[in-house]
Design a protein around this ligand. Structure first.
Ligand SMILES: [Fe+2]
Length: 285
């Protein structure tokens, strides 16, 4: 299966989301100091066993929703710098409104000074009305790699890293025909905004790790109350690692907010992926 047609209920939900998100972001961007629960991020460690890439490290960010550069973005850059990654991956929802572009690329340019940056698009990037061609032009100008249903293969260690970035699965724009074939000593990483990509993959898709976001970890985690907000495209998955018999998915809680500028008991997240020779499990750093 490659690209899927969007159902009418999903189209209606996407339409409602796009109608609500822009006015709310414009409203709250007038009072940026109203942000609550976004100032302190958490660093999460993911260990990936794969000998040919042993010793390599990546940082995964998601859901920036960056319409206004804030002091907290400096703290994120400093934290990424301290982690000394070989690569930086960002899985969509880069901004909400076109006016955010200079703020977004100021942040991306600072990250690019630290390591190569690979980005893909999420639903809010499309809701913003910014055409894909404009994201591509600005990415080129800032030496950032935008992957929209595309793959790039780079040498790494004694092997190679294939990085596939698909367009947003929650809007049914992901096209998995861009996945590369398996190869000796090749680790294939799939960047996708929404966790529903896991349900789109088939057994024969040679993908070693999938990184995504979109859920914001539920954004508000009230004690004794189950997660009550998850956008379409999560398929019930909230955060952390999810596995099938063939594939492993990591959901990053992201760095920004949707609809209301606060998080509750759900800190923004920076994920670190370390490739090693030894078996290990996901653990909080
Ligand atoms: Fe998001």
């Amino acid at each position: 299966m490659t690209r899927r047609t969007m159902s009418w209920p999903d189209r209606v939900r996407a339409f409602i989301g796009s109608c609500l998100s822009e006015p709310l972001y414009r409203l709250f961007s007038l009072v940026p100091h109203w942000e609550i629960g976004l100032g302190q991020h958490e660093v999460t460690q993911i260990t990936q066993t794969y000998g040919p890439l042993a010793g390599r490290r990546a940082v995964h960010l998601s859901d920036l929703h960056l319409d206004r550069y804030q002091p907290r973005h400096d703290l994120i850059v400093e934290a990424v710098d301290e982690l000394s990654p070989d690569w930086i991956f960002i899985t969509g929802d880069l901004l909400n409104v076109p006016e955010g572009l200079p703020h977004l690329f100021r942040f991306l340019a600072r990250l690019r000074e630290l390591a190569p940056v690979f980005i893909t698009l999420g639903n809010h990037d499309h809701y913003s009305g910014v055409p894909v061609s404009q994201y591509a032009d600005l990415s080129d100008r800032h030496k950032i790699t935008l992957l929209v249903n595309q793959t790039i293969v780079i040498p790494a260690g004694v092997g190679e890293l294939a990085i596939t970035g698909v367009d947003d699965p929650s809007l049914h724009r992901a096209d998995l025909t861009c996945l590369p074939p398996p190869a000796n000593r090749r680790f294939t990483l799939l960047l996708a905004h929404a966790p529903s990509i896991l349900d789109q993959l088939e057994e024969n898709h040679a993908v070693d790790l999938i990184l995504c976001g979109h859920s914001h970890g539920g954004q508000w985690q009230v004690p004794w109350i189950p997660t009550f907000w998850l956008p379409p495209g999560c398929n019930g998955r909230i955060a952390g690692t999810h596995e099938t018999s063939r594939h492993r998915l990591y959901i990053n809680r992201g760095l920004g907010w949707s609809f209301l500028p606060f998080r509750y008991r759900c800190r923004p997240e920076i994920a670190v992926i370390d490739w090693t020779n030894e078996q290990a499990e996901v653990k909080a750093a």
